[in-house]
Design a protein around this ligand. Structure first.
Ligand code: GLA
Length: 375
């Protein structure tokens, strides 16, 4: 085969995981969410090859290899996120060269912090750079999401990839899935004597299973029954009237989505007025709605929320899709130790696994890096 002009080109990009402060299970309902990028990142260093193979190495994992024409179903496990990106790029008409990719990640897997979106975005940016493709951040979001939906088979929305691409230090990303637009909302907890604390329950979550898909389908069915394009068309003022027309099994789903959009709006108002403390009760309301109406919580998350609040947190909720993963708690700095000890104590008393704790400040989104070993 003739030498390809891209051979030897190299690039290194990294992309962060995310925490969603509030606005859960709204993205696939054309709704609102308020995530932020976290300091933990996934870094991908790539070098173009002369052939059409993609060889991937990642710390602590067996290397994998597939061809640039790999189709859904032919690569499984963690490699599917990488192969899915290559496939989504090729399907969009881009010429993707063979590459060697070296991955290092500090985003915990299965903790509800979007390690998969961080991996997809970092791979997409590195490959796009090597292939000299003129892709914008929105294009990367589309490619990464396609990889997850149509290659990996997880029917998720665009929240995670959007947060990873558009995150900004000291800001939350107000994401409107109806218009696919983002607005940066300032949020500097330390300035108000507060900490955003991730409490990882240690229960690994996945969205390839059916529970997430069933809720998503239920929301679509409810919108169809109400004759609206999506649940975004409903507001809290007319909620009861709409609920009365709905099949009872859909009522809790709709109540959650509509009230959650409203909680995002109120959170943004508080943040714009530099009243982060006032957001605490909204987080706790969101958790109750996810637990009681949307039914995506588990005991470990509920216990972490209650224990954190009992020990002094201003509010707490599960973050991400649920069924495991993490809680995000808003904690006055001086109550941090109490919260950690409170949650550890409750977990020990109940024989749950060991929780972990990570303070996370809103951090930078994806970007290039010159150092492949950046930590
Ligand atoms: C997962 C999905 C997102 C979103 C959340 C729930 O993180 O990947 O698209 O639906 O669940 O808000």
């Amino acid at each position: 085969m003739a030498a390809r002009p891209l051979t030897g080109r190299r690039a290194t990009w990294s992309a962060p995981g995310r925490v969603n402060l509030i606005g859960e299970h709204t993205d696939y309902n054309d709704g609102l969410a308020l995530p932020f990028a976290i300091p933990m990142r996934t870094t991908v260093h790539g070098v173009a090859r002369e052939d059409t193979s993609v060889r991937v190495s990642s710390t602590g994992r067996d290397p994998i290899e597939f061809g640039t024409s790999a189709t859904p179903g032919t690569v499984i496990g963690w490699g599917a996120y990488v192969a899915g990106v290559v496939w989504a790029m090729s399907s969009a008409g881009h010429r993707v060269p063979g590459v060697d990719l070296e991955i290092t990640s500090e985003v915990p897997v299965g903790a509800g912090l979007s390690s998969s979106a961080a991996l997809e975005c970092a791979v997409a940016l590195t490959v796009a750079d090597i292939a000299a493709l003129a892709l914008g951040a929105e294009d990367i979001v589309t490619i990464a999401r396609r990889a997850e939906n149509d290659f990996v088979g997880a029917p998720t929305g665009a929240l995670d990839q959007t947060a990873s691409m558009f995150g900004r230090t000291g800001h939350l990303v107000c994401f409107d899935a109806l218009t696919m637009s983002c607005e940066a909302v300032p949020c500097e907890p330390e300035g108000e004597g507060l900490v955003l604390l991730v409490i990882d329950s240690g229960v690994v979550h996945r969205h390839v299973g059916g529970a997430y898909a069933r809720r998503r389908a239920g929301c679509a069915d409810a919108a169809a029954q109400l004759g609206v394009p999506s649940l975004r068309a409903l507001d809290v003022g007319s909620l009861d009237r709409h609920l009365a027309r709905l099949d009872s099994r859909y009522q809790p789903l709709v109540r959650h989505v509509v009230t959650e959009n409203e909680r995002v709006r109120r959170t943004v108002e508080h943040l714009r007025a530099r009243r982060l403390r006032e957001v605490g009760p909204l987080l706790t309301e969101s958790h109750a709605s996810l637990r009681d109406d949307f039914a995506v919580s588990i005991r470990e998350l509920d216990v972490a929320v209650v224990a954190a609040i009992d020990a002094g947190a201003l509010g707490a909720r599960l973050t991400g899709g649920g069924f495991g993963g993490s809680v995000i708690a808003l904690v006055p700095r001086e109550r941090m130790d109490d919260v950690v000890q409170g949650v550890q104590g409750e977990y020990a008393d109940r024989g749950f696994g060991t929780p972990s704790f990570m303070p996370v400040a809103p951090s930078a989104g994806a970007g290039p890096t010159s150092d492949p070993t950046r930590r």
